[in-house]
Design a protein around this ligand. Structure first.
Ligand SMILES: Cc1ncc(C[n+]2csc(CCOP(=O)(O)OP(=O)(O)O)c2C)c(N)n1
Length: 728
């Protein structure tokens, strides 16, 4: 901690003034501190006015939180440290160098640098300053902060990984990334949101990995209208978190500028010294209701509001500066005028700023630089001396190893994916390597900081991976079973998929999420047989692929890893070790572009579109249709579900004029509904029969095998549907 110094003002103060200030801040810094607080408050005030004039569409303020936030901004270093704020963090963003104009541009919905008119006000981002784009979801950001901190630690241990070179080749623009050996990550959260599991999942990893992350809890006593004691048993989050190992804790009056700065200084110093993480619990006030859509007088008494008003950080700071002779009333007035002028000028500019262009709406849903559909990913398998055939499980494992050898930025983590979690046994035990053994040997070869077990917490996996990916790492994570992807859904839907779009390409989180999926397991039952791919293909911003055989698994996985988008890589459990679909090793550069279907079997009478474990079942049906009915079926394995190969579909339907969409997931609202609708819409004149769908019943998958068989689509179901359709 910097030595305490008496500020210069104490020399000239009259005898009746209070005791000298105890702070490491100089008088100039104290004045700057005050000005930033006021700037934040006046920007809020201006937004409120603009909202009342209907010139902006939403307002949420930082009022009452300014002291702790300016303290955080001044205790840390923009463009050096990293910042993962939440929506109430105006003052820290200003302290870091974000301008009022940037902020008001977002409020008016202009083509603002942070989001191009896509985000509500108070969701700023700034790549140069290292401010990561926040969402409106409560608590997700804390896991991103943890991931950011993990990335910094990783680069410090693997400095070569931060350099922009692969071991060979260079598919994507692979830039140098920045990191500092003693950098610290700031992340913040309201006290209400500490009820969310993701907060505790973040505490878990911050503590377990002793990460240099400062978590600031901004406790204004309310989560909209819910008081702190309803969210936090006992009403004090500091008491609940006190037993997390290796943390430095501060509980502070967050309306007191000097106490806040001292607390932040200590917390940041602890993290910089790599002693562990810190949590700063700041008690603040909320004088402007939750947002402009809320009126707190409906649920808070006048006395309570009056008591808060006495703690207003701006007034307290004015009194402090005056009492200690750091500033005169005249200087105070000048600052007020100066700040008002700055805000006025920013508002004037924001109100006439260019608006975002409608034709750019779809920009940055995905990477514009490197598309996984690109021809660079179209390579042929290279014939090897050893032509023995491998399973899908083998080739996925092999591809993971090859890619990890090539790119030191790839990290693999998830539940049970490591060989052994206790490093000392790595040489004497065979190791686990995942419940399906797909990650076997990765920890042994690449070390425990490149392949490791996560806690049993799916949001933890995706949230941390987002923080890492923002900083240029390439997480290739595993969700153990598709059936348990749901705790991660919030991170996937509201964060991962939308990060690039909402930040207008300032930030993105390319990663691969490998997920064993599907049934036909004989006993898999409800919780080990689920499908549900259409829920994710219905989410823009994420690519979804699902190979049915070993060769496609290797090729698609390589593209997934090397491309620049988040990819959900669905691996059918039943196909992992099937004899059908085995393939010789295709070489270390074999890749398949997304959006390219595979014609498994050519035919002229009817088209079957499918993917995953239904491919071999449909193939059986095709062979029987030919044998018994003389029906010549064209079978297409879509293998890439989003994007999908419309050209292959339309060419085939134009040829056969009859089409069945078959899949394992439930019929209603399933993946086939979209494909069938588009065929009916765009290929109506090419059809000689209605589009048919074959899928599972609209139930869950049962344990008893006779029930499972009846629920999931079988070769006979496809055979019958095709025979009927051919006769239509
Ligand atoms: C996951 C999620 N649930 C609900 C909401 C709606 N919501 C927005 S802010 C808020 C209250 C947050 O309170 P707190 O965490 O104390 O932060 P504060 O706004 O008071 O700073 C709620 C419920 C949301 N944005 N995200």
């Amino acid at each position: 901690m910097p030595a305490k110094q008496k500020n210069a003002a104490t020399k000239s103060t009259p005898a009746e003034t209070p005791a000298p200030l105890s702070t490491s801040l100089t008088p100039e810094q104290l004045v700057r501190f005050y000005r930033l607080m006021l700037l934040s408050r006046r920007t809020d005030d201006r937004e409120i006015l603009l909202k009342r004039q209907q010139k902006i569409f939403f307002q949420i303020s930082c009022a009452g939180h300014e002291a702790i936030l300016v303290a955080a901004g001044m205790a840390m270093r923009p463009g050096y440290d990293w910042f993962v704020p939440y929506y109430r963090d105006r003052a820290i963003c200003l302290a870091l160098g974000n301008t009022v104009e940037d902020q008001l541009l977002q409020a008016v919905g202009a083509d603002d640098p942070a989001s191009g008119g896509r985000q509500m006000p108070s969701h700023w981002t700034n790549k140069k300053l290292h401010i990561v784009s926040p969402s409106s979801s409560t608590a997700t950001q804390v896991l991103h902060g943890v991931g950011c901190a993990e990335a910094g630690v990783y680069y410090a241990n693997h400095p070569k990984a931060a350099k922009g070179k692969y071991a060979d080749g260079d598919y994507r623009k692979f830039k140098d990334v920045s990191f500092e050996k003693d950098e610290v990550v700031y992340t913040s959260i309201g006290e209400g949101a500490t009820s969310q599991g993701e907060f505790w999942e973040a505490m878990n990893t911050a503590s377990n990995n002793k990460l240099p992350v400062v978590i600031v809890v901004e406790d204004n006593g309310y989560a909209i209208s819910t008081p702190v004691e309803r969210n936090t048993p006992g009403g004090n989050i500091s008491k609940l978190v006190a037993n997390f190992p290796d943390f430095h804790f501060e509980e502070v009056d967050g309306t007191d500028a000097l106490a806040s700065f001292a607390a932040m200084e200590r917390a940041v110093a602890y993290c910089r010294a790599r002693k562990g993480p810190a949590l700063v619990h700041a008690h603040v006030i909320r004088p402007y209701s939750h947002s402009l859509s809320d009126d707190e007088r409906l649920y808070r008494t006048a006395e309570e509001l009056q008591a808060d008003a006495l703690r207003d950080p701006i007034t307290k700071m004015q009194v402090l500066l005056l009492q200690h002779g750091i500033i005169t009333e005249e200087q105070l007035n000048r600052i007020e005028r100066d700040v008002t002028e700055e805000v006025q000028q920013a508002a004037d500019k924001a109100l006439v700023a260019p608006l975002p262009l409608i034709e750019n709406i779809e920009c940055y849903v995905y990477s514009e630089d490197l598309k996984p559909t690109s021809a660079v990913f179209a390579t042929e398998p290279v014939k090897q001396k050893d032509e023995s055939e491998h399973t899908m499980a083998d080739l996925i494992n092999c591809t993971l190893k090859e890619e990890m050898r090539r790119d030191e930025r790839i990290l693999v983590f998830g539940e049970d994916v490591a060989d052994v979690s206790r490093d000392q046994h790595i040489r004497d035990l065979k190791g686990k390597g995942g419940v399906f053994k797909l990650t076997s040997g990765l920890q042994a070869e690449f070390g425990s900081d490149r392949c490791f077990n996560s806690p049993l917490a799916e949001a933890n996996i995706i949230g941390r991976a987002i923080g890492m990916a923002v900083r240029g790492l390439k997480p290739v994570v595993e969700i153990q079973f598709f059936d348990y992807i749901w705790p991660a859904m919030h991170q996937m839907r509201n964060e991962l998929s939308v990060l690039r779009w909402r930040s207008n390409n300032n930030h993105s989180a390319p990663m691969v999420i490998r997920v064993p999926i599907g049934g036909y397991l004989t006993g898999g039952s409800i919780y080990h047989s689920q499908s549900g791919e259409s829920i994710f293909t219905h989410t823009p911003g994420v690519r979804v692929v699902m190979p049915s055989n070993a060769l496609d698994a290797a090729g698609l996985l390589r593209t997934a890893i090397r491309c620049d988008d988040p990819v959900l890589f669905l691996e059918h459990k039943r196909l992992y070790r099937e004899t059908w679909g085995r393939a010789p090793y295709p070489g270390p550069e074999y890749a398949i572009p997304f959006g390219k279907a595979k014609t498994v079997r050519e035919g002229k009478d009817l088209t079957i579109l499918t993917y995953g474990a239904v491919v071999p079942r449909a193939l059986q049906a095709c062979q029987r249709l030919e044998r018994e009915k003389g029906i010549d079926v064209e079978l297409i394995d879509l293998r890439s579900l989003s994007p999908y190969d419309w050209e292959a579909i339309s060419t085939s339907v134009r040829k056969t004029n009859r089409v069945i969409m078959a899949h394992e997931d439930m019929l209603s609202w399933g993946y086939g509904a979209e494909i069938a609708a588009r065929i009916a819409d765009e290929l109506f004149h090419d059809l000689d029969a209605p589009v048919r769908r074959v899928a599972s019943l609209d139930t869950f998958v049962a344990y008893q095998p006779i029930l499972e068989d009846a629920i999931l689509p079988q070769p006979d179901d496809i055979f019958n549907a095709a025979a009927e359709l051919a006769a239509f």
